[in-house]
Design a protein around this ligand. Sequence first.
Ligand code: IDP
Ligand code: MG
Length: 140
Amino acid sequence: MANTLGIVKPDGVRRKLVGNIMGRIENVGLILRGLKVVRLEKEEARKFYAVHEGKPFFNSLIEFMTSGPIVVMVIGGHDSIERWRDLMGATDPAKARYNTIRREFGTSVEKNVVHGSDSPVTARAEVAFFFKDDEILPKE
Ligand code: IDP
Ligand code: MG
């Protein structure tokens, strides 16, 4: 029942997709345990995406992720990491399955609307990046 981190990226917020995306989370029975709207500073974005430093898309990704507010979510429930990534779809919207968020709304590999942690280790670190313990609803 581990938590995972979800983000609605600046393109998703700009295009008013937050409600739609949260609806999908609710509809599959995942649980929203934490929520906030933030705007990342360049340095914060670089730290969050440190694993991608040096890749050709890194600088552009940082520009994009700091281009407007984002919505960060702590998502819980059984297999939350995998099930949230299933809702998101593949990184490249053109390759994502039908009915996934990225397939429906993504406009490029970069501007793919949402983020999700990819393992228990990254989920723990990414949740802690944005949320203090007392900002997360405890598991019942
Ligand atoms: P993920 O978000 O599906 O886990 P990652 O490989 O971890 O994908 O990449 C992080 C983010 O960096 C992607 O969601 C996307 O916004 C951006 N990105 C990844 N690969 C590329 C690329 O080849 N070109 C442009 N942007 C990319
Ligand atoms: Mg990733």
